[in-house]
Design a protein around this ligand. Structure first.
Ligand code: ADP
Length: 270
């Protein structure tokens, strides 16, 4: 695909737009509203938004063990329903995100990954990007979201597709000029800043290994989402694509980043 230096990718973490720890779906309207306003203010020429699923996806994906081995036909049918339920729930979140964007006259258009992406063993195998590119070219703002996907591995048949994997895939294909991931922390720390007040923000991260050696092997607690996120972004860094994690719960940072300004955060690079 041809390099288009105008494109920006903005990821809105599930931790920002939902109450992520909730066992049932709850939206964070305050954050969502403010961030949509910031997006509208910055008016980037070509923007792709990817948002996480947060509490609209994880409770269902977990309950039905989407992505785990299928044990017989009955289990398949149970998972099939769970897949649909997960998709329905993340679509609901996506509708809310797009509604907020529209309120501020951002021409958002949904592209649900489960309808144009296939995975193999939980990694994106193929995606029909020509429609997304056409929308971008014409000035729409495509909005993708953490979703489920059909998986070509017969043992699992279905996968959970994280917003972070989507960002990494799209970045490789679209070669955007900036990749911004908004989370609810300032960036990557040497330890989880939510459980360790002594944790220090790392302005640059070049490898997972580097991060671990800062505190001695295996003692660094980069749990759950942040590890997965970092792994995706390091894969990108390896092929020369730099990305950054910023704190989207801090008013103004998303807008500044979209305006091309340097903001506090962590840069993931080679
Ligand atoms: P999002 O939903 O915003 O995409 P995640 O919830 O998956 O992001 O990951 C962000 C969370 O990761 C933070 O809220 C933080 O508590 C946790 N975390 C764990 N370890 C770290 C770390 N070393 N640095 C930063 N955040 C970390």
């Amino acid at each position: 695909m041809e390099k288009d230096n105008q494109i920006m990718i903005l990821k809105l973490g599930g931790s920002i737009i939902t109450r992520k720890e909730s066992p049932f779906p709850i939206i964070n309207s305050q954050n969502l509203k403010r961030i949509c306003m910031e997006i509208a203010e910055s008016k980037p020429a070509k923007l792709v938004i990817v948002h996480g699923a947060g509490s609209f996806g994880h409770p269902y994906a977990k309950k039905y063990r989407i992505g785990q081995k299928i044990k017989g036909n009955e289990n398949f049918q149970e998972k099939q329903l769970g897949y649909s339920q997960t998709q329905n729930s993340v679509k609901e979140l996506n509708t809310r995100v797009c509604q907020h964007l529209l309120t501020y006259s951002v021409p958002a258009v949904t592209l649900s990954p489960s309808s144009f992406i296939l995975t193999r063993n939980k990694r994106i195998e193929s995606a029909e990007l020509s429609i997304l590119e056409k929308y971008l070219q014409m000035g729409w703002v495509p909005v993708l979201h953490g979703d489920v996907a059909l998986d070509l591995d017969e043992n699992i048949k279905m996968a959970v597709l994280s917003g972070d994997q989507l960002v990494s895939y799209l970045a490789e294909k679209l070669q955007p000029k900036r990749i911004i991931l908004g989370s609810d922390v300032d960036g990557i720390y040497n330890r989880d800043p939510k459980t360790d007040p002594q944790a220090q923000l790392l302005p640059i991260v070049k490898s997972l290994k580097d991060l671990e050696t800062l505190q001695g092997a295996r003692t660094v607690d980069v749990t759950g989402g942040m590890t997965g996120k970092l792994k995706e972004l390091l894969k990108l860094a390896e092929i020369g694509i730099q990305s950054e994690i910023i704190n989207a719960s801090q008013p103004g940072l998303v807008e500044k980043a979209l305006n091309g300004q340097k903001v506090k955060g962590t840069i993931i690079t080679k």
